[in-house]
Write a protein that binds this ligand. Structure first.
Ligand SMILES: Cc1cc2nc3c(=O)[nH]c(=O)nc-3n(C[C@H](O)[C@H](O)[C@H](O)COP(=O)(O)OP(=O)(O)OC[C@H]3O[C@@H](n4cnc5c(N)ncnc54)[C@H](O)[C@@H]3O)c2cc1C
Length: 368
């Protein structure tokens, strides 16, 4: 189920359930359109959208679910329905963040956005400058134009040709930018950022959005060992910044990382009970990720990820992005939805009373 149909007049994009975001970018770019999606092109449209969907356009156009107009779906009883703000409104509310709990989506109808070439790409700084850069990034994300997006990360520089050999295997602070405003102003906007501290490597410049959205695909091919822990944050105090630097200095493998994604701007223009995604006041989604090809390293990277997460968790907003938690128990699922959980459980009881769709971050059908 890989069909995609772009309606250039309406600016909408109909995507079948089997597509990846790379498929969508491939179809929409020739029309000068983009659907707000994630930071890699290999993720599936289905799971990413149903959990919420955060990416380079979140601050400008909201989460992926904020750009969803309707879904066609097969319910647990085999019935085929369309859910939108007009039909099966409760179901449409639930699928915008409630994951694969309510049925199988056969197609998604999205509002495309007029984004084509942006100014973006990664900038790398030495760890000794990480605190300065992270604090400045935090302030920019909290106060800057919604056209400026950029996720903050700690990475080990892979030993590959595109990076100068003197930086290979160094731990560094990275911001990968995406600026969607007036391209003639981009250099001026990034001048103060480039002046924050000496930049070790600077790859930012004009780039087609599909290229930016697939820039890191090669770093995370299928088949790697993954372990991750997540949380939402409303604030990032200087104390939290210092804790990040302490734990990031111990990244256990080349693929392991910590990312902080902005989830404010346009995503805050939707109320916390308007869709199943509850944390509309949170500003950052944090994920600490242990990744490596070799299972022999699992124990080491899991220990690092848990310790790092545990140090930061007391400062968090109390819940996490459902698409970035693991099998962490019912409390963590309910914490992700907060006051929206009881309504989700009611809708689940109505559409899937026997919990057929339960291999997921499961919302249990409400009793009685
Ligand atoms: C390398 C990597 C990068 C990521 N980057 C981002 C990112 O930038 N932004 C972001 O928001 N998230 C990101 N994620 C998290 C991602 O959103 C989740 O892993 C998500 O579950 C992926 O969905 P999928 O369809 O690819 O996976 P799948 O494993 O196919 O699906 C996951 C679950 O979603 C449900 N589901 C999927 N398709 C359907 C459907 N058609 N109908 C009903 N239910 C369905 C099912 O419950 C399924 O078990 C990333 C994950 C990885 C591994």
């Amino acid at each position: 189920m890989k069909s995609i149909r772009v309606d250039p007049a309406a600016g909408t994009v109909r995507v079948e359930g089997g597509c990846t975001w790379g498929d969508v970018d491939h179809a929409t770019y020739p029309f000068g359109l983009s659907v707000p999606t994630g930071f890699l092109s290999t993720t599936g449209v289905g799971g990413l959208t149903l959990g919420g969907g955060l990416g380079y356009l979140t601050r400008r156009y909201g989460l992926t679910i904020d750009n969803l107009l309707a879904v066609d779906m097969v319910l647990a009883n085999g019935r085929f329905v369309t859910a939108s703000t007009e039909e099966h409104k409760d179901l449409f509310w639930a699928v915008r963040g409630g994951g694969g709990n309510f049925g199988v989506i056969t197609s998604f109808l999205f509002q495309g956005r007029p984004v084509s070439t942006v100014y973006g790409g990664p900038m790398f700084w030495e760890m000794e400058d990480a605190a300065t850069v992270m604090r400045a990034w935090r302030d920019l994300i909290l106060n800057g134009s919604h056209d400026i997006n950029g996720w903050f990360g700690f990475h080990t520089v892979p030993p590959v040709e595109m990076f100068p050999a003197e930086h290979h295997l160094k731990k560094m602070a990275v911001i990968t930018w995406c600026y969607t405003g007036d391209p003639t102003e981009a250099e001026q906007i990034f001048a103060p950022i480039r002046a924050l501290a000496p930049i070790a490597m600077d790859f930012a410049g004009p780039i087609p959005l599909p290229a930016l959205q697939s820039l890191f695909d090669g770093l995370y091919p299928p088949g790697l060992q993954w372990y991750w822990n997540a949380d939402f944050f409303t604030e990032l105090s200087d104390e939290v910044v210092d804790l990040h630097i302490k734990h990031a200095a111990q990244l256990p493998t080349v693929h392991s990382t910590m990312h902080l994604y902005p989830i404010n701007g346009a995503a805050h223009q939707v109320g916390e009970n308007d869709t199943a995604w509850s944390f509309r006041e949170a500003n950052f989604a944090q994920v600490i990720v242990g990744v490596d090809p070799d299972p022999a390293n699992n124990e080491r990277m899991i220990r690092w990820s848990k310790t790092y997460w545990g140090a930061l968790h007391p400062y968090s907003a109390g819940g996490a992005y459902v698409n970035m938690i693991m099998d962490e128990g019912q409390n963590r699922i309910e914490a992700a939805y907060r006051s929206n959980y009881p309504r989700l459980a009611q809708i689940k009881a109505c559409y899937d009373p026997s919990n057929l769709f339960r291999v997921n971050q499961n919302i249990k059908p409400a009793m009685g």
